[in-house]
Write a protein that binds this ligand. Structure first.
Ligand code: 8YV
Length: 336
């Protein structure tokens, strides 16, 4: 009995060994367990002859990469955000693009809420003080921050993660929750998460704690910059778990230094993993290295979903499967 050759795929970054094992049951796998970060040119080169790719948010896939690899049929991102994909280019090339929604929502919301709380209650700043050996006595105003419970939570972007954060604030902490999003949620969803739509200016003016959870698009570039920060309360905090580039980090660092807002919590940065050095020298910011989805269970679920997308499209010869979580369904004619 002759068997047709198994499709070849590239797993562009290191991943859980059991996910590689699963993929190897279906495909010829080129892995990267050394976890080298490939340049776009290197990624394009390694994709030669591959029908599928498993990527992460740092791997840029655009028209150039797709044109260099006419055999490529699917690129599965292990991330819910997909600003590293040029979706019109995928459509023009006839290639599936997939992401990993839902499986990370609750873990990412937990982290967003935790980062907001750490920011409001000055946890990083006070820990650094303690580690420096500067704690010699109690003081009435030592690291006095601002309350989370009963305050106003502002959410910019109200997709799945924004709604999960709203639920935490409303049901768990008795917060008033206001949000701004291009499209308003249905009334019953607003009621269940306890959030009220407001325009962006009202959001900026009312929020005691503003959390950013919107996708990064060209329109959203620097949508929080000096002018927006100036509209916030001087006691407010800003938390960004969305994407670098949404906030003008240089303007934010200056505003923090001048105490135009109280504090910020940042998990994502413009040009990460590089950071604007000004952020490192202001005390009133909590900095984490893009780990909002990083629980073992969630990262496993994300990797599994990305793998399952590859298997659904490439793993069943002749069945022409659809991926589980496509980004461009109905927008293109898939390559044969
Ligand atoms: C990922 C994320 O860790 O899912 C996203 O959009 O930002 C994170 O969960 C990151 O993109 C790596 O793929």
């Amino acid at each position: 009995m002759s068997s047709s050759p198994r499709p070849a795929i590239l797993v562009a970054r290191a991943v859980f060994p059991e996910i590689l094992e699963l993929l190897r049951q279906h495909f010829e796998v080129e892995d990267n367990q050394a976890d080298t970060v490939f340049s776009k040119q290197e990624l394009a080169r390694r994709l030669q002859g591959k029908a599928g790719a498993f990527t992460t948010g740092g791997d840029r896939v655009d028209a150039e990469v797709l044109a260099a690899n006419p055999q490529l049929r699917i690129v599965a991102n292990m991330a819910v955000g997909y600003n590293n994909f040029d979706i019109p280019a995928f459509n023009a090339a006839g290639v599936w693009a997939t992401n990993t929604p839902d499986v990370l929502t609750e873990s990412t919301a937990d982290f967003g809420f935790a980062l907001m709380m750490a920011t409001a209650r000055r946890m990083a700043e006070s820990e650094h003080f303690l580690r420096r050996g500067e704690w010699t006595k109690w003081a009435y105003d030592m690291f006095a921050g601002s309350d989370v419970h009963g305050s106003t939570l502002g959410i910019l972007g109200m997709g799945r993660i924004g709604q999960a954060i709203a639920r935490r604030g409303h049901h768990g902490f008795g917060m008033k929750v206001v949000y701004h999003n291009r499209s308003r949620l249905p009334a019953e969803t607003e009621a269940s998460v306890g959030a009220t739509w407001v325009d962006k200016a009202t959001l900026l003016a009312q929020a005691d704690h503003l959390v950013l959870v919107l996708p990064y698009t060209p329109e959203n570039h620097h949508c929080i910059a000096a002018a927006e920060i100036a509209q916030m309360k001087p006691t407010a905090t800003l938390t960004n778990i969305a994407r670098g580039g949404i906030v003008d980090d240089a303007a934010l660092a200056e505003a923090l230094r001048e105490r135009r807002i109280a504090a910020a919590g940042l998990d994502v940065f413009e040009g990460e993993p590089a950071l604007n050095p000004a952020l490192l020298s202001v005390p009133n910011v909590v900095l984490t290295p893009h780990i909002a989805s990083a629980t073992v269970a969630t990262r496993r679920a994300m990797a599994r979903l990305a793998a399952d997308n590859l298997i659904a499209v490439l793993g069943a010869p002749g069945q022409g499967g659809q991926p589980l979580t496509p980004l461009n369904a109905g927008q293109f004619t898939p390559r044969a």
